[in-house]
Design a protein around this ligand. Structure first.
Ligand code: ATP
Ligand code: MG
Length: 684
């Protein structure tokens, strides 16, 4: 049995899989079989009699954990297992641990995990004047660097940070009082418990005698410390990682964990894997060319084992609609030819780009699943806008009203909302009607004078909008954007770029909906999108769509990556990190096994307007622009060619200049001479 299961590995992989005691670092590039090696090692350890329940394997995403479980269990003889080995995400492990040991912190184990949305709501109820997303990210940073509220207070110099530290303290007290835990707590609390209880640390490390971690390059300081505690009584930690795939720098992940691994854990055996089994040589070659532009690398060797394969396709489109059409056409052909939807995926760097795809898939009646992310309409900022529209079509919708009454912030706190809620229950009247029908004095008696004024203003603007809506849907939308400048509230928050992108996408979409369907109204629009989001998760056989972050560790036979434009990929500007962007490019390209298509558009609807875009530097850095379809197409233009332009129609090339980056053509369109870039015309 054990011989058999190792026979699928190469020598270095075998060496690693058979390593039993002592720390082990497997350092290797994408697709070199790191995950295969540790899943095989898991099976190997069981096959030689090690108790499965003493083996713990950790990774980052649920999808990766599910895939590893499938790979490992297919190698294990079910008869060997009484209790299956624990293979899960760090967060899941933390959750299980806390279920057993929460009492160490004098807290009950019936705690509830809160999501980011709840977290924001709580923070907002504590502090209204600081942007909630800033609070979320700063508090998360404190927790991940093990800074307690009192340390944060002592260390804060700027007034803003004193305030944040203060909120942090109150937030922690609120969580403890209500027995809530946030995502960070799922790692932090287990660590704190183990740190304060040597005996328990000893016991737990006896329970899990063999620990493995996939994607170690994405662990942060806190995760390292937790692992160290789990290894209190042994040194049997095996980690695998790739410095070129470190993509969570913004969340505090540190490549130092890999660099210092041999120092952190004594007598480490290091295994390097140097062959890539996943991708065709063509794909691998371009991925390698791209990552070579990074300076900050350990430098590893990675050679292909497969054939050259098909060339990488580059799609150039005028806008996102054309891009979506091309990709959907391709995917339809793939599916028609019998390829399983499971083998097809679309990746993007910026989440907002999924909207146009989701739309296209819905229109074409193709199943898709959005992996690791929320569906477009489930994102908080979109849910807020939908709640607004619900109130506008039905002001009796209390749930939606409560969601938006303080969005963007207008000083209506939780207590006020509770008071309104209570009044609504008492009088059996919707909140909006109360605000409307009570006069200023009556309303003040319920919520105080200041809030009463605010609510009256809010009510008036909703009524104005309702009037406007009756007259013109487009004007209504303009007025709506102006009246509640909701996107501005994301101006200064860390993930604001993405969120504003989503908001703009949504506005663009609804305008488009009314242009296409002038006879339909806002209610029809809401019904339409409610149906769309209901389909979530129904399909097993579906094309996957996901962010590059969510695609870590996965592989697909047919892969599309969209949005190869400067500003979208790489994201540029303040706070962006070009080397991390490039690592994301490397991760993305190396997900492809057989066929890869990269796509860029000349314009996208974004940030409230149609933006002109230039293609990503990553296309040339990976050696794709030379010899790609685009250039080949351009280079074939010569004097006398007949060409077609989208707007100017048919024309004849008079001059073809290879000037600058693109090809400049002088074309005669029915007597009118124009200089046009070659990518904008097609040869007839
Ligand atoms: P990533 O860095 O993207 O997580 P990885 O190093 O974990 O990649 P795996 O996912 O384990 O790589 O393997 C990539 C592909 O190569 C898988 O399809 C796997 O089955 C295959 N593979 C790995 N090792 C071998 C081998 N020795 N012989 C044949 N195929 C292999
Ligand atoms: Mg892997």
């Amino acid at each position: 049995m054990s011989e058999n299961l190792l026979s699928l590995l190469n020598d270095s992989q075998k060496d690693a899989a058979q390593h039993i005691d002592g720390s082990l670092l497997i350092l290797a590039g994408a697709g070199s079989g790191k995950t295969k090696t540790i899943t095989t090692r898991l099976a190997y350890l069981i096959s030689i009699g090690i108790d499965p329940s003493s083996i713990l394997t950790l990774t980052f995403t649920n999808k990766a954990a599910a895939e590893m479980r499938e790979r490992a269990f297919s190698l294990i003889d079910p008869a060997m297992i009484n209790t299956p080995p624990l293979l899960c995400t760090f967060h899941k492990f933390g959750l299980l641990f806390l279920k057993f040991h929460m009492s160490e912190l004098d807290r009950k184990n019936n705690f509830i995990i809160i999501d980011t949305d709840d977290k924001k709501r709580i923070l907002k109820s504590i502090e209204k004047d600081i942007t909630t997303s800033l609070l979320v990210s700063e508090i998360s940073k404190y927790k991940n660097t093990l800074i307690t509220p009192s340390e944060a207070k002592a260390g804060a110099e700027l007034k803003l940070y004193q305030q944040i530290a203060d909120v942090y303290e109150k937030y922690e007290a609120y969580l403890a009082k209500n027995n809530l835990v946030d995502f960070d707590d799922l790692i932090l609390l287990p660590y704190l418990i183990l740190k304060n209880n040597d005996k328990l640390a000893e016991e737990i490390s006896q329970k899990y005698q063999y620990i493995m971690v996939d994607e170690y390059q994405d662990t942060n300081e806190l995760q390292y410390k937790l692992l160290k505690k789990l290894c209190t009584s042994h040194n049997n930690l095996c980690v695998v990682g790739d410095d070129d795939q470190s993509i969570y720098g913004w969340r505090g992940a540190t490549i130092k964990n890999i660099l210092n691994f041999s120092k952190h854990f004594e007598d480490t055996k290091v295994v390097k894997l140097e062959e890539n089994y996943r991708s065709t040589d063509t794909i691998l070659d371009h991925a390698n060319q791209l990552i070579e532009h990074n300076r900050d690398r350990l430098g590893k060797k990675l050679v292909g084992t497969r054939q050259k394969g098909d060339s990488i396709r580059i799609y150039e489109s005028h806008d996102e609609n054309e891009e979506t059409r091309k990709i959907i056409d391709d995917i339809k052909k793939l599916l028609d030819s019998g390829i399983s939807a499971k083998d097809v995926a679309i990746l993007f760097r910026v989440n907002a780009l999924s909207r146009s795809l989701e739309e296209g898939f819905n229109r074409a009646g193709l199943n898709y699943k959005l992996v690791g992310g929320m569906k477009f309409y489930e994102r908080a900022e979109i849910k807020d806008l939908i709640a607004y529209f619900r109130v506008l079509t039905n002001s009796h919708d209390n749930f939606s009203l409560k969601r938006i009454v303080n969005k963007p912030k207008r000083g209506i706190g939780k207590t006020t909302i509770e008071k309104l809620d209570a009044k609504s229950a008492e009088l059996q009247k919707p909140i909006f009607e109360i605000i409307q029908s009570f006069d200023a004095e009556e309303l003040s008696a319920v919520v105080g004078k200041k809030n009463s004024r605010t609510l009256k203003v809010f009510e008036a603007s909703i009524m104005d909008l309702k009037e406007q809506l009756k007259e013109s849907k487009m004007k209504f939308l303009d007025l709506f954007e102006e009246a509640f400048d909701y996107r501005a509230s994301y101006d200064t928050v860390p993930d604001g770029f993405d969120r504003q992108g989503n908001i703009d996408e949504f506005y663009g979409y609804i305008r488009d909906f009314f242009i296409q369907n002038p006879h339909l109204d806002l209610k029809d629009f809401l019904n339409e999108i409610a149906l769309e989001s209901e389909n979530d998760g129904l399909y097993n056989e579906a094309v996957s769509m996901m962010s590059i972050h969510a695609s870590k560790g996965l592989e697909f036979k047919h892969l599309f990556i969209i949005g190869f434009e400067e500003g979208f990929f790489p994201i540029t500007g303040d706070g962006s990190d070009i080397e991390e962007e490039r690592r994301l490019g490397y991760v993305a390209i190396t997900r492809a096994m057989d066929n890869l298509t990269l796509s860029f558009a000349h314009s996208r609807f974004y940030k409230g307007k149609r933006a002109s875009l230039t293609k990503s530097r990553f296309l040339s850095e990976s050696g794709l622009i030379k010899g790609c379809l685009t250039i080949e197409k351009h280079s074939s233009f010569k004097k006398g060619d007949l060409v077609q332009h989208k707007i100017f129609g048919m024309g004849r090339v008079q001059k073809a200049n290879k000037a600058g980056k693109d090809y400049k053509l002088t074309i005669n369109f029915g007597g009118q001479r124009r200089d046009i870039l070659s990518s904008f015309v097609e040869k007839i």
